[in-house]
Design a protein around this ligand. Structure first.
Ligand SMILES: Nc1ncnc2c1ncn2[C@@H]1O[C@H](COP(=O)(O)OP(=O)(O)O)[C@@H](O)[C@H]1O
Ligand SMILES: [Mg+2]
Length: 215
């Protein structure tokens, strides 16, 4: 494995789209099923991921490393360097914005950006705005960009997706429904178990590995 880590960012501007959930469940699956040295950088303001880990530690569940990033006191360049030198794969959970030099640094070192999209008619214009912004950053920083439909329901999503693809956001073929078992970050075991080979999370995970060129 190379000595410079591959960085994968989970980003959208919308709170509640599933950035933290996707980041954490993807990390849990990678940890369980691969031998990569894996780090999660929790750069979400709420530190959702880091807090979920604190809950887990009560139950003594062994896990991958998570480093919370504090925007007030931490140096993003030092953290990036540390991650590059010590890990193979770095998943980054981000806050609901793309502005600010720390976020931009994380995007600049990212090889891939995964954007969870909750498709609903009422927020289509903000989703389109975001797609335009992230596509510009893609051109500037050179990462590969993919959208994943999350919290799928039966409404107007196909229309939203057609428009997103038109604006340059390539979508995953797989998607995740709105399911009760995705609601709690502290109990991912059930989501990532390997025996449910054909369930939707596994289809997402296989596609994630393929798109992000992870063996
Ligand atoms: N597909 C899904 N089905 C059901 N609940 C989900 C799904 N995706 C995310 N959630 C839940 O929705 C809430 C918001 O998701 P979160 O990952 O925290 O969003 P973000 O980080 O983008 O703000 C969390 O409680 C999360 O567990
Ligand atoms: Mg979050």
């Amino acid at each position: 494995m190379s000595n410079t880590a591959k960085f994968i960012c989970f980003a959208t501007q919308k709170g509640g789209s599933g950035k933290s959930f996707l980041c954490m469940s993807t990390a849990a699956a990678l940890f369980k099923r691969t031998d990569y040295k894996l780090l999660v950088i929790d750069a979400d303001f709420q530190q959702t991921v880091y807090k979920a880990r604190e809950l887990e530690e009560d139950e003594e569940v062994e896990g991958f490393d998570i480093i919370p990033f504090n925007y007030e006191t931490d140096d993003i360049n030092a953290l990036i360097k540390y991650a590059q030198d010590n890990y193979d794969l770095v998943l980054v959970d981000t806050p609901g914005r793309l502005q600010g030099s720390d976020i931009q640094m994380l995007l600049a070192v990212s090889d891939f950006v995964i954007t969870p999209i909750v498709a609903a008619a009422f927020d289509i214009s903000s989703t389109m705005d975001f797609a335009a912004t992230i596509s510009d950053l893609k051109d500037e920083f050179g990462f590969e960009l993919y959208g994943v439909l999350n919290k799928r329901d039966q409404t107007s999503e196909h229309k939203v997706i057609e428009q997103l693809e038109f604006s340059g956001l390539k979508m995953f073929e797989s998607n995740l429904r709105y399911l009760a078992r995705y609601k709690r970050l502290s109990s991912l075991e059930e989501v990532v178990t390997e025996d449910k080979k054909f369930d939707e999370f596994n289809l997402y995970y296989q596609e994630f590995k393929k798109k992000c060129k992870i063996k």
